[in-house]
Design a protein around this ligand. Structure first.
Ligand code: FAD
Length: 450
């Protein structure tokens, strides 16, 4: 392992975390080698043309001004946002029956459930961007800390037990959170939902607005390409990293093409679901290895479905159905067609590009809708992600993402949404936060040598 007079860092992955970390390091005069396994940048943000050339997001879509890190970048690069459409009709499934109402009816029913699920969020997260603050507070009530720890156990729907809720209400909550956790609600840590609430002023409506309302006019592509254009480093595409040797004075990074890069430090922005593709020497500690082996709760999917005619709908169905949440997003060609977006909790239950598979899934609510085409990207099957957005299994709020926080002076650092403190896992905001903070720590650590 070598270190030269001019510090250098390898950044693994050119998603938002890697791009931002590179920009930050370069601004401090550090040489960066930025390597990316795929043939494109953006990672789990990918604006593509699908379903007849329509600009669609395969991954990240919605942003918000209350997400501080992404909003700064939106402002910096002069990007604009616009809202998803308002919806006329709502459908939800319970016990095999399809209920029908307005979006307002659905929101009202959900709000009562969410309030119960969010219980404790104020006490547990006095500082939502430092979610473990309570554990660091010597004056905190031990009984509160005990309740906080217990809230990572069980499943998110356990929060509704003893609340006197009907089967229909429980099914509604299951629909919402099967989509939100991108996996079975039975294994989903209740603390993740409570943390999202704390980041949203403990309000269901604000949480929805932050995660499902405003899109970028030029797509996520407008943002990640703007950041990339500010970098001096060439982004080396099709360059997977296979092995990282790390020590107290530097690192060696082996690429799949056999080349080795020696550097002072490495920032790995690879999602938890793809970390096992890299061999670490010395191996990752048990606490991190355990998280990689368990994986996150995220085994679901996002699908785009084009149907004939104008349909302004939102629909929910509990986790045993392929699609948990479906909503109209675009009305095309004088309202001759509608493009719907759907989320489900098990990627094996649907073939994203097969219209018959999509038709079957949509029939759960409306068998009169005619599917023309469908599409999406299977992020769980994709070797370079292995999951969609990172969601937490029971126990992983305390024994998961936070295990990757490296100590001062560490030459191996993990950055990315999956390891973020604020919007952990779910949104681009967390990727940017984590890219900045880890780059700054490395800049601080390498300073004495400069
Ligand atoms: C379906 C879906 C919907 C989403 N919706 C939203 C949304 O509406 N709003 C929102 O803000 N966020 C959303 N997200 C989350 C958001 O996309 C992610 O949080 C964010 O993009 C993660 O950025 P990152 O840089 O941490 O990781 P990534 O974007 O995953 O970047 C990591 C990079 O590392 C590369 N890589 C992996 N392994 C290697 C290797 N061995 N060698 C070299 N490179 C490697 C990958 O190819 C990738 O480019 C969504 C995600 C998905 C999947």
């Amino acid at each position: 392992m070598t270190t030269s007079n001019s510090p250098s860092v390898v950044v693994v992955g050119a998603g938002f975390a890697g791009l931002i970390a590179t920009r930050e390091l370069e601004a401090a005069g550090i040489r960066v080698r930025l390597v990316e396994a795929r043939d494109r940048i953006g990672g789990r943000a990918w604006t593509d043309e699908r379903l007849g050339g329509h600009m669609l997001e395969m991954g990240a879509t919605w942003v918000h001004w209350l997400q501080p890190f992404v909003w700064t970048e939106i402002t910096r690069y002069d990007q604009e946002i616009y809202p998803s459409p308002d919806i006329e009709d709502a459908y939800w499934v319970s016990d095999g029956n399809v209920r029908h109402g307005t979006e307002h009816d659905l929101d009202a029913a959900l709000t009562r459930l969410q309030e119960k699920i969010f219980e404790g969020s104020r006490e547990f997260f006095p500082y939502p961007h430092n979610p473990l603050a309570l554990l660091e507070d010597d004056t905190a009530d031990p009984e509160l800390i005990e309740r906080f720890r217990r809230a990572d156990e069980g499943s998110v729907l356990d929060c509704l037990r003893d609340g006197g809720f009907t089967k229909e209400e429980i099914d509604l909550a299951d629909s919402y959170w099967s989509a939100g956790y991108q996996g079975p609600t039975s294994t989903a840590s209740p603390l993740m939902a409570k943390h999202w609430a704390a980041l949203s002023d403990h309000r269901s409506s604000l949480m929805d607005e932050q995660t499902l309302r405003f899109k970028l006019t030029k797509g996520m592509r407008g943002l990640y390409e703007s950041i990339a254009s500010d970098l001096r480093a060439d982004i080396e595409l099709n360059t997977p990293v296979e092995r990282i040797s790390h020590g107290p004075s530097g690192v060696e990074v082996l690429m799949a093409d056999g080349t080795v890069e020696s550097a002072d430090a490495v920032i790995v922005t690879v999602p938890i679901g793809a970390l096992s593709n890299i061999e670490f020497d010395p191996p990752l500690p048990h606490s991190q290895r355990k998280v990689v082996d368990e994986g996150t709760n995220s085994v679901g999917f996002k699908i785009w479905i084009k149907v004939e005619g104008h349909h302004s709908i939102i629909a929910g169905a509990p986790g045993e159905h392929p699609i948990s949440l479906l909503r109209s997003e675009y009305f095309l060609d004088d309202e001759k067609f509608t493009i719907l977006v759907g989320f489900g909790s098990d990627h094996t239950t649907i073939d994203l590009d097969d219209k018959d598979s999509a038709q079957k899934a949509v029939n759960v609510w409306r068998d009169d809708l005619r599917v023309i085409e469908s599409g999406g990207h299977d992020w769980v099957a994709d070797k370079w992600s292995g999951q969609t957005w990172a969601t937490l299994k029971s126990g992983q709020f305390f024994d998961g993402w936070s295990r990757f926080d490296a100590p001062e002076g560490a030459r191996l650092r993990f950055a990315g949404a999956d390891y973020a403190k604020g919007w952990n896992g779910v949104v681009v905001d967390g990727a940017i936060e984590s890219g900045i903070t880890n780059a700054r720590r490395i800049i601080g650590d390498l300073k004495p040598q400069r």
